[in-house]
Ligand binder design. Structure first.
Ligand code: FES
Length: 62
């Protein structure tokens, strides 16, 4: 498995972000960078920037 950072747009879902060593939140604070994170791209998450599964409830597709 590669340690190269990678971003993958999941069908009808979030962006899967892997191997990112640092995460900076919009207020400038440090977030907890995990091996894999899922970032909302539908705009419906109540836990932005992270996906909370709301895209399924909203029927978001792209
Ligand atoms: S992509 Fe999952 S809540 Fe937006």
């Amino acid at each position: 498995m590669s340690d190269t950072p990678r971003v993958t747009a999941l069908k009808d879902g979030p962006l899967k972000v892997e191997n990112v060593p640092n995460l900076t939140m919009s207020d400038g604070s440090a977030g907890e960078a995990k091996a894999a994170m899922f970032l909302c791209r539908c705009g419906h998450s109540a836990n932005k920037p992270f996906c909370d599964g709301s895209h399924k409830r909203e029927g978001w597709a792209e």
